[in-house]
Design a protein around this ligand. Sequence first.
Ligand SMILES: [Zn+2]
Ligand SMILES: [Zn+2]
Length: 244
Amino acid sequence: MEKLRRITKAGLCLLFPSACPCCNAVTGDDLQPLCEVCFAQLKFIKSPYCSCCGRTFSSGGENHLCGVCLTSSWAFDRARCLFFYEKIIAKLIHDLKYSGKTQGISTFKWLSEQSNVLGDLDVPDFILPVPLHIKRLRKRGFNQALVLAKLLFPNEKRKIRHNILLRRTDTQAQAGLSGVERRENLKNAFVIDRVSELIGKKVLILDDVFTTGSTVNECAKVLKAAGCTKVEVLTICLSGKIFS
Ligand SMILES: [Zn+2]
Ligand SMILES: [Zn+2]
């Protein structure tokens, strides 16, 4: 039976060789979904980065607090991103979010395993995707943060919960807004259901892009107010400022 399965798989690979989800080049390697050219263009987040918000520094040295984290406090305890927002990652996320194409997203699991930042995060009790408002969810048909959570943590399905952190208001899209406008736009946008389940718990919030951090910070505020002892954040990519 096992032999037949292997022969069938080998036959399928010959007939339908794996294609890179970014450029469609044949990779011929199921274990490495991106072709070498696309993989070489990825920018992994590497030290030194801010030990709190995860934004990177262009100068060398150890991880330390950035100027923003030294002067203002976040509601989350720590945030980490896997990659800089550049064209390869942007295409994979765009395909998922706006075109509903999912053939590239299996790549994220593999990509996350090539990154070192996951080791900075605590083991959470719950993994909570940043929610969409019900109107946007119906229009898109899925929440990309939930899809990513399931993909990055396939063995933690019981921890991934989409019914605890909810979006109460249908906020304007954050892209194109300034930091102040983003914070105003998100005021009271999130609510918690099942508060009693969160008391004393460690939570990981998951989202696709970290820009100013306003969205995940608003989520962290309500989670801390509900009694979570630790709130950490993981996003696929980091957009915006690099500190010198
Ligand atoms: Zn490629
Ligand atoms: Zn920082």
